[in-house]
Structures are given as C-alpha cells and as structure tokens.
Ligand binder design. Structure first.
Ligand code: G3P
Ligand code: MG
Length: 247
C-alpha cells in the first residue's frame, strides 16, 4: 500500500453550504451548516464576466436567483444586486450571491475547512481554474488547513495545478474507467470524489492502495453514510445536515 496523502479534513462535509436547509452556495448556508456542527463546506465557484469569483452552481442564474441568463455574461456589479435566497424561502430574502473572497473571510475566521469545487462556465475551464486557484492561494493563506480544490473539469484541474501546485486537488467524476489512477496521478490529485452509488468496500481499498483519498457525494441516508465511513471513505458530502450528525 502506498502512503496516503495528508487529509486534514473532517469526515462530514456540508454540500453547497448547508445542503437543502438554506439557499445553496450562500453565506447564510455556511452559517446554517456551522449551526449543525459542520466544520467543512463544499461549494461551487465560477467567474463573473469581469472575472470576479462567485459562488453559483448552475451556469445560468434562473434556478437560484432572480437574475436571467448566464452568470458569465454579467459583471459582478450586476450579480451583486441579485437575490439568491428568496427562491428557497421568504426568510432568506435578500441573501446575495457571495464572492469567493467573502467566503474565504468567513470560513477562515470561523475555522471552517473548505472544498472549493471549480465549476467553470462551459468554455471557460482553464481561465476559471487559474483564477480560482490563484485566489484560493491568497485568500486562504492564513487558514488552518488549505482549501481542497476539486472539479469535474480536467482542464480546470490542470490549470489549478499550474497556478497553485501546493494546494490539494480532487477529481470529481460520475464514472470510473480503467485509467482513473493515471488521471489522478497526472493531475497531482490527492483525492477522487465519486458519486456514492459507485462505491464498494473493494473500491475504497483499491483507491487507498493506489495512494489516493476518496470523498463521496451526495449521501443523504444516515445508514449509507455510516456504511461508507465504516469502509474507510475519507469524507462524506451531504445535504442532510439534520439527519447526519457531525461528530
Ligand atoms: O463536489 C461534489 C458535488 O458537489 C458535485 O456535484 O452538481 O452538486 O456540484 P454538484
Ligand atoms: Mg458541487
């Protein structure tokens, strides 16, 4: 068995801030996550038209804000006026789309570990990987643990590696082909982030034996989370903060 890379992260991670309990990818969500005892958050980051890094899952604004069109087609000044909370519940009315910088300030100050998912607008993979890695290196420079950068995009991960080789990287994938070890090695990844349905105990062992950590998403059944942790999965990313309790 190879030596496993350092993994200074909790074994439970709040997906998109607080799963479905607060508007995803907002500071309000981070606070709700913390109130449930979660010490690590996963969130999705991409660029505005003027290359300000913001939190947003989708390419377009419609589902989670009162804006229209693609985030990448609007300058940050316009995105900053949008409501990213009301879509979920009136109590969150007026919650803004946060900048990555604001999230860094909040999480570093509160000692909350971060998994920054680089979620580029299609076509902007390299520029997004570079910009987010550069900013993560700067904004988390005083963090107790470095942010874990992850992405489905191999191009974004390669760009992040070039820009900030010291920051740990994880490759998110929905499928596994026989080349997964080489892909992780080429990108200098510390971890693979898999949909939990792909996981077996044998696969957890294979990943660890190959020298990589494994995170799983999005696990909302407490019994399944317990099983995955028993198998040795390094981190479980969940929406169900109310059902799956942080130690
Ligand atoms: O980072 C794991 C997970 O968040 C990937 O899927 O669509 O929720 O960003 P998605
Ligand atoms: Mg994500």
């Amino acid at each position: 068995m190879q030596t496993l890379p350092s993994w200074p992260y909790p074994n439970l991670v709040a997906h998109r801030g607080a799963g479905t309990l607060a508007p995803e990818n907002t500071l309000a969500a981070m606070r709700v996550g913390a109130s449930f005892g979660y010490k690590m958050v996963e969130f999705d980051a991409k660029l505005s038209q003027d290359q300000v890094a913001i939190l947003l899952h989708d390419t377009d604004l419609e589902r989670t804000t009162n804006g229209r069109g693609n985030a990448a087609d609007h300058p940050y000044a316009a995105l900053s006026t949008l409501d990213a909370g009301l879509w979920l519940a009136p109590a969150f009315r007026g919650e803004p789309i946060p900048t990555l910088e604001a999230v860094a300030r909040y999480t570093v100050a509160n000692n909350i570990a971060c998994n920054i998912e680089i979620k580029p607008t299609p076509g902007l993979e390299a520029v997004t990987g570079t910009a987010i890695a550069r900013q993560a290196l700067h904004d988390w420079r005083e963090a107790a643990v470095p942010p874990l950068l992850s992405s489905f995009s191999l191009t974004a991960l390669e760009a992040a590696k070039q820009e900030a080789p010291s920051l740990p990287r994880g490759w998110i994938t929905k499928t596994l082909d026989e080349n997964w070890r080489q892909t992780l090695a080429q990108l200098g990844c510390v971890s693979i982030h898999l949909h939990h349905a792909l996981l077996t105990k044998a696969l957890v062992n294979d990943i660890h034996n190959a020298g990589f950590r494994v995170a799983v998403w999005t696990v909302n059944d407490p019994a399944r989370a317990a099983e995955l942790l028993r198998w040795g999965v390094d981190s479980v990313i969940t929406d169900a903060l109310d059902l799956i309790h942080a130690a």
